[in-house]
Each structure stands twice: as structure tokens, then as C-alpha cells.
Design a protein. Structure first.
Length: 86
């Protein structure tokens, strides 16, 4: 397949650096990752992952967490579940 079309996109520089670091660990270039992503969209006739709006409870939990409200700290997942009584 001939690669002759250029794509230009603006993204946050921090996001770009973090993403390129992960891609490098995976042995992929940004162009290869974009080609892979586009191929999956074409094959699936949609995005290769679910996109959904969070339900009310999840949206409230996200807002609270971003505001630093009702956060729980623990040294491990097991300790967190013990602390939460789960």
C-alpha cells in the first residue's frame, strides 16, 4: 500500500511525548501506530474501543476525585479494600 497522504493533527506536547515513549517501548513509530489505528477503524467500521458517557454515579465519582473530595489512600489494593470494608 502506497503511503502518500499526510495527516496533520494538533495535540498537547506532553501527551505526544508520553505517547511516543510508550510507542517506542512497543517498537512502533507514531506513523505506524496511526496506520494501525486507521486500519482497525476500517476493519471494524467504527472505533476499536468502546466510547460511552459515564453514568451519573461514575460522573459524580470522577468530579469528586478531580476535586480531591472523598479520596482514600492505601499502601496496596488489598489494604484499600480492607479500609473500604470490601
Amino acid at each position: 500500500m502506497s503511503k502518500t497522504t499526510m495527516i496533520t493533527a494538533r495535540v498537547d506536547p506532553k501527551l505526544k511525548r508520553a505517547t511516543e515513549k510508550v510507542l517506542k517501548e512497543l517498537g512502533l513509530t507514531t506513523s505506524q501506530a496511526i496506520t494501525l489505528y486507521f486500519s482497525q477503524i476500517s476493519l471494524r467500521k467504527g472505533l476499536p474501543f468502546a466510547i460511552a458517557m459515564p453514568n451519573t454515579e461514575t460522573a459524580q465519582a470522577i468530579e469528586s476525585a478531580l476535586a480531591g473530595i472523598d479520596l482514600h489512600e492505601a499502601e496496596s489494593v488489598d489494604a484499600l479494600f480492607t479500609k473500604l470494608g470490601a
